[in-house]
Design a protein. Structure first.
Length: 137
């Protein structure tokens, strides 16, 4: 990516092998990636860090993706979310109002395209918001 700061992605999934594949794929594309094994760990990370995109599995122990999504929105987090699931990802996206859905199994290139699209939108909005604030001074 051409920006000085790589877009930050939070991967939330309890499937260690899939997380490693997604992380490697995104790091190779110059994303800064952090991981969480469930919704509780994801919410903890979101308390201390900001991300440009969240990739969220629906089926996880402790706190599933639906509960995590609802909790992060209740906290005011507006970060774009990609739902990944083997169990009708699109229905989960529609139910929650998430930005995108990817059904497992998936081609890693599909993930890259979705994350790029949302990260670019997120970065553009952040830059625009910063410009309007700076312009008001």
């Amino acid at each position: 990516m051409s920006s000085l700061l790589a877009p930050r992605v939070l991967l939330v999934d309890d499937d260690d092998r899939l997380v490693r594949m997604m992380r490697l794929t995104l790091v190779t594309e110059d994303f800064d990636v952090e991981t969480a094994m469930d919704g509780v760990a994801a919410l903890e990370k979101l308390e201390s860090a900001e991300f440009d995109v969240i990739v969220l599995d629906l089926q996880m122990p402790r706190m599933d993706g639906r509960a995590c999504y609802r909790a992060l929105r209740e906290r005011g987090t507006e970060t774009p979310v990609i739902i990944v699931s083997a169990y009708d990802a699109e229905a989960g996206r529609a139910e929650l109002g998430a930005n995108r859905a990817i059904s497992k199994p998936f081609d890693p290139h599909v993930l890259v395209l979705a994350v790029h699209a949302l990260a670019d939108d997120s970065t553009t909005h952040a830059r625009d918001a910063g410009a309007s604030i700076d312009g008001a001074k």
